[in-house]
Write a new protein. Sequence first.
Length: 340
Amino acid sequence: MRILCTAVVAILSTACTTSRAAAVSRGSSGAGSGTTVGTPGPAPSAPFAPSGPRTFSGGATDAATLARETGLVYADDGRTVLLSNPEVRARLYPATGTLTIDGRGVPMGAVVRREGGLVHVPAAGADAVRRAVADASQRRMGAAMPVALTPLPPLAPVARPIPKTVDLAPVAVRDVSGEAAWNPPTAARGWRWIVVHHSDDHAGCFAKYDRVHRAKGWEGCGYHFVIGNGTESGDGEVEVTDRWSSQMHGAHAKTDDNRFNDYGVGIVLVGDFERGGQPTDRQYRALVKLTRWLMARYGVTPDRVLRHSDCKSTACPGKFFPWSRYIGDVSDAASMTSPP
């Protein structure tokens, strides 16, 4: 019996030793998922975490992420990227350093870039969009706050004479309201004239003309306002250029004394109105509204609303521009006539 027990113990001991040696051998060979005895294994990989807002070098932000963050609608037509809601319109021009918010140019100090299907918005531009959305939200909340009014005592009845019947011509209300972005943030220049141009091309926007004029050695876009035709900016969208924001002289109507550049507001409509084209309905109405606002704001009389061709020898703004109708609409107190 003792001999039998001794044999069993010896067999079990040999089996344990063989199993342990095999495990050590598998670990040292690196095969399978085992680890060499006495050597710490690799740290377990961190669990996957979904990425947050996409940010890039220099603090740039992906435009689509910025739109989701601010609640704006993202639209990319291949040339420009529009982030918008009913209160804010921010337009980005890839491959340039241009951003406009509600038509006003915003300096970013860096270029908007396309890379890997994403649009990189410089940090300064992303912050400007966030501020515009926050400001619009505050304005909306302020307008929604109820105002407590103190009731006025009832008026005592007053005997009034019956007026004589007099035939009077109807008086129409003239719209001279403007957009908030049209108000310059600096002291106003002493504007005396308004000069209207066409761009003499079929597609364009502020960023395009800014780039072309800078290539000529000018200080940016020579006009103060650019009114789009729906090609590279919105149809009827009034883009406010850096010249207007800084109340800088224009570069659009050169003469010997330079008076129309020094004291003339330059407005250009995107389009070619010399070879058969005409302003779109929205362009025309935006031009009339802007002109009326400028006239009321700076005391410009109708005889000082000029075509480029009134300043120098040129066909601008083209023989198909409806000048007589336009002058009537900005001069007369009657309501706007039907646009062309």
